[in-house]
Structure formats: C-alpha cells, structure tokens
Design a protein around this ligand. Structure first.
Ligand code: HEM
Ligand code: MTE
Length: 476
C-alpha cells in the first residue's frame, strides 16, 4: 500500500485558496482538491471547507453520503493528518466555557466566550428551515449542563401556589404543538450601524436570524393547568434561564401575559427543534419560543416561569434591548424612558450575491436571493429589489425555487411566524460596471423598511432594518 506523508492541522489550514491550493481533511486523510473545485456539482460552497474538515459540511448535505463521492475524493489524497490533531483540543478545566458543545465550522464567530455566531449568508437562504447546526447562536453566558432526568420547571405567581413540572410531565401531560418560527436577534445587521458611527454590541452581519420548527407544550396549556384563569391579576410572564454568571445572576426576560395566554399567540415551551431534541446551544432541555417576538425573550434552558405585575427585573429586560433616538448617547440615555423591544419591525436582506463579488457579463442575467420577515405575526407580502441603486425596482418571487421547500399553505392571518425566502432573476442592466443591489420588504400592515441607516442609528445598534444594499462588479 502507498504510504502518505503526515501533515499537521496547521499545514492544512494554510491551504485555503486556489492560489495556495485547497486542502481539506476527511476521516484523518488530507486531500488536495484544488483541481476539483471548479468541477464541483455543488459549486463554490466547497470553499467553505477549505483548510478544514469535510465532515461537518457533508453532514449538512447528505448528497455526499454515496460511494461515488468518496471515490472522487480518494483521487485527491495527499497525506494523513497527525494523530495529535485528530484528537480535539481540550480546554482547561478552570474555563467555565469548557463544557460548551462543539460548533459547526461554517459559523461566523462574533465571540467565542460566550459563544455568538451566525451562518454565512449563502447558506442562510439555502433552505427554508435552517439546519440546527448553523442556526445563529446567541449566548450571554456559558451553556449550562442540565440533567433531563432531574430537570424541574418551576411556575410561580398563580393563585394556587407554586407548581413544578418534570420534563417527562411536560411531554406527557400536554399536547405536543409544532410551530415554524423565525428567531431574530435585536442586533441583527448591527455592523451596518457601526459603519455610520460606533455602537456597543456584537458586530452581527445579516445572519443573526434563522428559521426552525419548534415542538413542545403550549405555554397557555401549562399555565391553565397550573391554575391560571382569565381573572388572574398579572401583566407579565417572566422567564428565568439556568445559565448563570460567576455571581449567580441568571439570564431573564419577560413577555406580556396577553401574548403568553393568547390562543393564537403560539407561545411554546419547546423541547424539540427541527424534529430532534433541543441542541445544547439552543436551550436543552426546554426553551421558550415566542413567535413574532425578538430573540431575547425566547429564554433558553428555562428554569422558572413567574406571573407578575412587573416586567422581568433582569438587566436584559431593563437596560438592554431597547431603542433610542440617534441623538441619545451614553451620557444622556435613560433606559427607563423606552419600552423593552418585543415585536420586531419588518426586515429583509440580500444573501446572494455577496458584497464585493463579481458577476459575469456574459451570463446576461443575475439571480438575487434573500430573506424577509416581520414581527408580531405580520406576513411579508412583497419584496422589492433594485439592481440600479434604487432608480428602478422589480418585485421578487416569494418562496418557490428549486430547493426552497416553503410552507404548504399561507399562514393564518396574524400568525405569520416564519420568514419568506425570495428570489429575483433579471437581465443585467446594460453598460453598468458596478451594480448597487437593494431590497426592501412590505408586510401586511404596509409597514416598510426605512431607506437608510443614519436616521435609525441608535447607541445600542438594535432594530437595524434599513434597505439592504450589496455592491457587485460586472466583469466583461
Ligand atoms: C453535490 C462532491 C465538498 C456542497 C456534490 C456532488 C458531488 C460532490 C460528486 C454531486 C452528488 C450527486 O448528485 O450525486 C464533493 C467533493 C467534495 C465536496 C468531492 C470535497 C472534496 C462540498 C462542500 C459543500 C458541498 C464542502 C458545502 C459546503 C454540495 C452541494 C451539492 C453537492 C450543496 C448539491 C448540488 C446540487 O445538486 O444542487 N458534491 N463535494 N460539497 N455538494 Fe459537494
Ligand atoms: N436565553 C438564555 N437563557 N440565555 C441567553 O443568553 N439569549 C437570548 C435568547 N435566549 C439567551 C436566551 C437572545 S438575545 C437571543 S437573540 C436568542 O436566545 C438566541 O437564540 P438562539 O441561540 O437559539 O439562536
């Protein structure tokens, strides 16, 4: 048998461009796939794995689980990965993040500890349901390890006194309800605000949004079983996470009681995501899913629910996730003066083509793709796209397309919880050497996005929903 040279991960990582050669690893083998890149049936996505392992990407695209794919790969083998690099690096025991779960390498990491990351745009619009592995992750604290056997959900603030439910009881005592809902972080697209003037917060691109199916007990059913009646005196439902900082402070948030108990609010105590047990990063074993409401209120690793007259006293409800005027700065801001963000405004963004990329004149036409969503269950009814900096507009096609399995039927009025993917294929404008592509969405209340960022700039960089703009070069 042929014996191959041994390479370290460091050497492999150096090969991630066509100029330097494109290397990948698979099951301990090292492959130089430079010559295969242009022939790849899945196109340029192959470059996402350059310099690293194929396994996590092939897990996303099961089409690779076929013998002929492995045969192709074997032709490009150039070496073996060193045994040390085959083992995962163990973080030191003193690190509170050491038991955080493994993450998908396609994620664009905004911060490692706590872990915050978003999928690359071209993967985001690839599927109506975002695979859990690349669903954006927004953690304020280490991921807590929760034992599902001993897990107890505490419920307080009801006339009959406190109630506690095990995971088994939550699953067996209440009907399982499934909702497809998009989660968006209030800070999605914050990086565009940073370009106007520096704001505080993680520098999210357009990927702090994702769409999944969630299954669990309806919060309404659980509250009624715990003693809630329409006469119960309370305005808010508070949620407390099991994730805590070094001082013992837990993550917390609240939503209006009205939303929590509404029959068509669809608020879930979810124990499944995309048909599987909730992943550790997304709140195992139980999280709240509040469709139509900002990500921050969708509390993960849920430990406690409390009905009360007041909102949650948590930092994240009181002194964060609020919007302000562009004239408000850190010296003048009064967090008490603004309401906590709940429903989010209408949003859309372009996922393809990528900013700064080149399009080929000879192709004659261009396909633009993206997502659109609105808060509060308002349905996106139209997306307008311009290829010429806003001089002329065309209406994009919502859903459809070959790989975008959308929902079977239109959502019930007021319960449009899922995003819409959209697409437009149009002739390239004559003569232009550069295209400024823009998109803007309209929801069924005729809410529209503001045209630019500066007038909605705010010190925390939240609610960034101006027309999205992408500039590409046209190559002759
Ligand atoms: C399809 C090979 C890496 C994404 C395919 C197919 C082959 C192939 C042979 C066609 C399969 C069929 O239809 O029977 C390879 C090889 C790779 C590689 C040899 C590495 C050396 C990747 C990576 C990604 C990817 C890293 C994503 C990040 C895709 C997609 C398709 C595909 C999306 C489906 C294309 C379509 O038909 O729509 N690949 N692939 N591939 N590949 Fe890969
Ligand atoms: N719940 C807990 N317990 N801890 C958190 O840090 N982050 C919140 C929310 N729920 C958070 C949480 C924020 S700000 C967002 S945007 C969403 O979770 C992100 O959910 P995801 O990581 O499943 O995408």
């Amino acid at each position: 048998a042929h014996s191959f040279p041994i390479y370290t991960q460091e050497e492999v990582t150096k090969h991630r461009t066509l100029a330097d050669g494109v290397w990948v690893t698979y099951k301990g083998g090292v492959y130089d796939i430079t010559d295969f890149v242009a022939m790849h049936p899945g196109g340029n996505k192959i470059m996402l794995a350059a310099g690293g392992a194929l396994e996590p990407f092939w897990a996303l695209y099961a089409v690779h689980g076929q013998d002929h794919v492995l045969e192709i790969l074997s032709e490009y083998k150039v070496g073996e990965l060193s045994p040390e690099d085959c083992k995962q690096q163990e973080a030191s025991l003193s690190d509170p993040y050491s038991s955080d779960p493994p993450r998908h390498p396609a994620l664009r990491v905004n911060s490692q500890k706590p872990f915050n990351a978003e999928p690359p745009p071209e993967l985001l619009s690839d599927s109506f349901i975002t695979p859990s592995a690349i669903f954006f992750k927004r953690n304020h604290l280490p991921v807590p390890k929760v034992d599902p056997e001993t897990y107890q959900l505490e419920i307080e603030g009801l006339p009959g006194g406190p109630v506690s439910l095990s995971l088994a009881e939550l699953k067996s005592r209440f009907p399982k309800h499934t909702v497809t809902a998009t989660l968006q972080c209030a800070g999605n697209r914050r990086s565009e605000m940073n370009q106007v003037k520096q704001v505080k917060g993680l520098n999210w691109g357009i990927g702090a949004i994702s769409n999944a199916t969630w299954s669990g007990a309806r919060l309404r059913d659980v509250l009624i079983a715990a003693g809630y009646t329409p006469g119960t005196v309370a305005q808010h439902v508070q949620f407390e996470g099991l994730d805590r900082d070094v001082t013992g402070t837990t993550y917390g948030a609240s939503i209006p009681l009205r939303k929590a108990v509404s029959e068509d609010g669809d608020v879930l105590l979810a124990y499944e995501m995309n048909g599987e047990e909730l992943p550790a990063d997304h709140g195992f074993p139980v999280r709240v899913v509040v469709p139509g409401t900002v990500g921050a209120r969708n509390v993960k690793w849920l430990g406690k629910i409390a009905l009360s007259q007041e909102e949650s006293s948590s930092h994240w409800q009181q002194n964060d996730y609020k919007g302000f005027s562009p004239c408000t700065d850190w010296d003048t801001v009064d967090f008490k003066s603004a309401p906590a963000i709940q429903e989010l405004p209408v949003q859309s963004a372009i996922t393809q083509p990528a900013e700064g990329s080149a399009v080929d004149r000879s192709a004659g036409e261009l396909t633009v793709k993206g997502y659109a969503w609105s808060g509060g269950g308002r349905e996106v009814v139209r997306v307008d796209v311009s290829l010429d900096g806003g001089r002329t507009w065309q209406v994009a096609q919502l859903q459809g397309g070959d790989k975008q399995e959308g929902p079977a039927e239109a959502p019930p009025l007021g319960r449009a919880w899922a995003w819409k993917l959209w697409e437009l294929t149009a002739p390239l404008p004559e003569g232009a050497q550069e295209l400024e592509i823009m998109c803007k969405a309209v929801d069924n209340s005729y809410n529209m996005q503001p045209d630019s960022v500066a007038p909605i700039w705010n010190l925390r960089g939240v609610l960034s929903n101006a027309w999205h703009r992408v500039t590409v070069r046209v190559e002759e």
